[in-house]
Design a protein around this ligand. Sequence first.
Ligand code: GAP
Length: 539
Amino acid sequence: MSNPPDSMERIVALCRRRGFIFGSSEIYGGIGGFWDYGPLGCELKKNIKDVWWKDMVQTPPVGPNGREYQMVGVDCSIIMNPKVWEASGHVGGFADNMVSCLKDGCNKLFRADKAFILGFFDMSEIDATAGVIEEALKIAKSDPNKAHEMMAGVNRAPKYLKVVEADTFDDANRQNPFDSLPNSVRKLFKGIPAPATWPLDKPLPQSWPRVACPNCGGELSEPRSFNLMFESHTGALQNTSSKVYLRPETAQGIFVNFKNVMDSTRVKVPFGIAQVGKAFRNEITPRNFTFRSREFEQMEIEFFCNPKESRMWYEYWRDLRKNWYTSLGIKSDKLRPREQGKEELAHYSCGTTDIEYLFPFSNEPQELEGVAHRGDYDLTQHQKHSGKDLTYFDDETKERYLPHVIEPSAGADRFTLAVITEAYTVDETRASSEFMKFHPRLAPIKAAVFPLVAKDGLPEIAEPIYREIRKHYPCQFDAKQSIGKRYARMDEAGTPFCFTIDGQSKEDGTVTVRNRDDASQLRIDKSRCLQYLRDQLHL
Ligand code: GAP
């Protein structure tokens, strides 16, 4: 699994140039961690959300027992009673460890688990302790505490140290080989340089000097906890009693409406409640384009089931969600479900599988969605904090219980980025050299209609075809520029089919259909354009 090193930069450039994604408030210099979707991007993201809603909520498949289950939706407010976030554990525990530069004017922040100290030992200066250092560095990734213990007794420091931001230990290593260091640093080494990568959130071995801020050379703080929720105030007075939060996840809106949905509909366990909407997190280091943003959209389901069946439903949702991505064109060798280790689990979870995708900015697959077994954590917490009875009475078995919850929680922006990455195709033989192979269900524009030239009666044949298609699918009409340039524009937008009206159309009533993926062309009768699209798009 690997990607060409510059493909992420090329994708970001194409997104900007063709109006998929722009930096937020760009004309004022932008703002870190916030993004705007342009005309093509907002269609793409809307299609993703619509397809998710249709496949998961409106027409879900049958359950693992071959029976239908009910899915309903809610659309909750972003600002909720702050007690919700106390009950959910977000006020107390939704925090990242961060390290900051203490120098005024710099104050750069690092998320401590997303930054690493990179050190290089000079092997010509290493004595009998070399073996211990080597061993400790080998286990620093899997067992940093043990490595720290081993290094504590070694009176040796790396000759050169710097802080690098990276998602994983391996990425930090890979992106920072010795020969990427400036000449002036490399000259200091007499022997072979031995690289040492150390997590920033673990105390440094005593023998190592304190590491300086890579931005300004200033002193760095110890790691400290930083709550990720954005705060605001309701009403005119700004005091502690008016403090509110922008929701950091859509899930809690679902939990606090569990009783409302039960009382106002005829749903029976097992059933799911879904919500698509904005979430906000004051991420310390937003990066990798839209992958980690401060404002993003989630597509979440809380699926309520009998505790005795919760394992079965957990496995069902884990497999269903992974297959959903594959069905939308995400290649299986870039997609992997990964069961989280016990030490990674969120405070509420008794089992989580991350569905991960190999983005071009990392050599390790990264989380697209988490499918979590939340047990009865949330309903228990809200029952306790609100004083309301949230138990469910099962008419058939005559049991009363708090349902267990399986939560498939996906990010609309992360999946949009994965779709863009996956669709991005380089073909130097084409006029555009880059094109987007979007799955037809997701493509922002489904078809284009081109008169070969804007005269000789060709536009008069093309326009009715365009008008007919437009009633059903997003379609564009273009009569300007060379036909090659028009195809190139549609290829970059990821439009699956282009219909071209040429001289022959006047004689025999046929038009050409060009397929985006292989640029092949065939002729069909002009009356069949809409039906042809219907057959090919399978929408
Ligand atoms: N309710 C559970 C929950 O929110 P999460 O793993 O924190 O779990 C779920 O978030 C999904 O939301 C992630 O898998 C990811 O797709 C998306 N997400 C989380 N933080 C994000 C961020 N800062 N930027 C973009 N997407 C994010």
